[in-house]
Design a protein around this ligand. Structure first.
Ligand code: FAD
Length: 459
């Protein structure tokens, strides 16, 4: 094995939580910019910063918190003083290039995180500009790339991923970003942390449709690439909420007609599909497959009331919820919802191309023949990479009204540093108390970088 390469900061994970660290650690720091919208809506905040000419990273985040403004919320308000975007001047932040700090970002797929692998036509739940980073508005990206779309509309996957993919080059930090690098262990070291990573660039060529899951390794047994070790003083742990895909744990779940990757209906030819799940991804797939002519049996462990709670809450604002409500209320024979039910086994028939799914609800069991089984059962944040620390991370469970759930790590609320492992920062909403959407978590980037730069005497 090579000698460990030392970096001051290592970021693990290049999704919407980890990726913005690259420009900000690379020296792009936020300064206050007078905004009429901020002045009108949050006059106390606008007045507080009117005279502030230093980088906002130099703020005393602990006092801000004590005066009732958590740093993530402060940066959110400066970035989004209102929900609608009408022009760059409303953003009360301007970014200027300052001294960078030595860092590397390691991520096992392309930057942009789970957005690389969501369905081709998936729309966000919120306006496109809520997914942007404060240092580069989506409107700016649209203009610079000669595109034309409304940043206040829900944004489709390929537009969002184009935005994320362009960030490293656009901010001159591409040489600090190592894609297709899977971190397998983070351990204590006299320098701070010892990070073991494996080159997984051979996975970049794998087809997720054939693979039947997103194209990155799921376990160390699948790793064959070169191992590289790094040491660092600070570590941002931004592996996201799906770094470990959930399993049904039933016989037959790895058969070739069972998949955990859904991009588009054409990838699931044939007639009958069982969709297993019950959250937003499953709703999306069941609706789209139905509209592509498939006969869908949609199996959920949850009750009818719970599912309809989500549909009714979402049908006003989200087009695909309007559509699923329309299909179900219209009584389409090609979308059957089966509630309070679990899959118990999957068996192959017809030389393995198709199968029989057995499901159970209480004492009742039922079997159906299918061409495909689509598992849309989500994943969980993987904290198991952290090994050998005196104090394990204390985790708390977080749910939101959109049915996302994740285990968050306890942190100091002014710096988002772990209370258990000094100099380790859970990235994005892996930190306790954060809302499970990009607009709620993005502000932590600035508080974390501020904390690191202060410790390094760079502010
Ligand atoms: C279907 C779906 C729709 C959503 N819609 C919205 C929405 O509309 N609006 C919104 O704000 N949020 C939405 N979310 C929430 C979503 O989680 C965020 O948008 C965002 O992607 C989370 O960013 P993240 O960086 O924390 O995690 P991720 O996007 O998961 O990124 C983490 C990255 O780290 C990588 N990684 C993990 N482990 C390792 C390792 N060991 N070594 C190296 N790299 C690793 C992962 O492969 C991934 O690339 C949605 C989520 C889902 C699942």
């Amino acid at each position: 094995m090579n000698t460990p390469e030392h970096r001051t900061v290592i970021v693990v994970g290049g999704g919407p939580a980890g990726l913005p660290f690259a420009p900000v650690l690379g020296g792009w720091h936020p300064f206050f910019h007078a905004s009429n919208v901020l002045q009108a809506r949050y006059p106390q905040i606008a007045d507080m910063f009117r005279q502030h000419t230093d980088s906002l990273l130099s703020l005393d985040m602990e006092s801000m918190l004590h005066s009732g403004i958590p740093p993530a919320d402060l940066f959110r308000v400066l970035h989004h003083p209102r929900q609608l975007y009408e022009g760059g001047d409303q953003i009360a932040l301007k970014f200027r290039q300052q001294d960078p700090i030595d860092f590397l970002l390691l991520t096992q797929e392309r930057v942009g995180g789970l957005w690389n692998n969501v369905p081709e036509n998936l729309l966000t739940l919120s306006p496109g500009q809520w997914m942007e980073f404060a240092f580069h508005s989506l409107a700016e990206h649209v203009q610079e790339t000669g595109k034309s779309y409304n940043v206040n509309d829900l944004i489709i996957k390929h537009r969002l991923i184009d935005y994320y993919h362009r960030i490293p080059e656009r901010f001159g930090v591409a040489d600090r970003v190592r894609e297709w690098t899977r971190v397998t262990r983070v351990e204590p070291h006299e320098a701070g942390f010892l990070v073991t990573a494996v080159n997984v660039s051979d996975w970049s060529q794998r087809d997720p449709v054939t693979l039947r899951r997103p194209p990155f390794p799921e376990s160390d047994d699948e790793l064959t690439g070169e191992v590289q070790q790094y040491t660092c003083k600070y570590l941002v742990y931004a592996v996201g909420q799906r770094s470990k895909l959930r399993r049904l744990e039933v016989p037959g779940e790895d058969l070739p007609f069972v998949t955990q990757f859904y991009e588009k209906a054409q990838d699931l030819p044939g007639e009958r599909v069982v969709v297993v799940g019950g959250g937003r991804s499953a709703d999306w797939a069941a609706t789209e497959l139905h509209d592509a002519g498939r006969h869908v049996t949609y199996v959920m462990r949850q009750s009818r009331d719970l599912h309809w709670g989500l549909i009714n809450q979402s049908r006003g604002g989200l087009p695909y919820y309007k559509r699923i409500a329309e299909i179900l209320e219209g009584g389409s024979e090609r979308l059957e919802t089966v509630y309070d039910t679990s899959l118990t086994s999957i068996e192959a028939i017809d030389e393995g191309d198709r199968g029989v799914v057995t499901m159970a609800s209480g004492d009742d069991t039922r079997q159906i023949e299918v061409d495909h089984v689509l598992k849309e059962i989500g994943g969980s944040a993987d904290y198991s990479l952290l090994q050998g620390f005196e104090q394990p991370l204390q985790l708390v469970e977080k749910h939101d009204t959109y049915r996302f759930q994740v285990h968050q790590a306890k942190v100091h609320p002014h710096s988002y540093e772990s209370i258990d492992i000094p100099n380790l920062y859970p990235g994005g909403y892996l930190a306790e108390g954060l809302g499970l959407v990009v607009i709620a978590m993005h502000g932590t980037t600035y508080a974390i970088v501020a904390d690191i730069l202060k410790k390094e005497g760079m502010l």
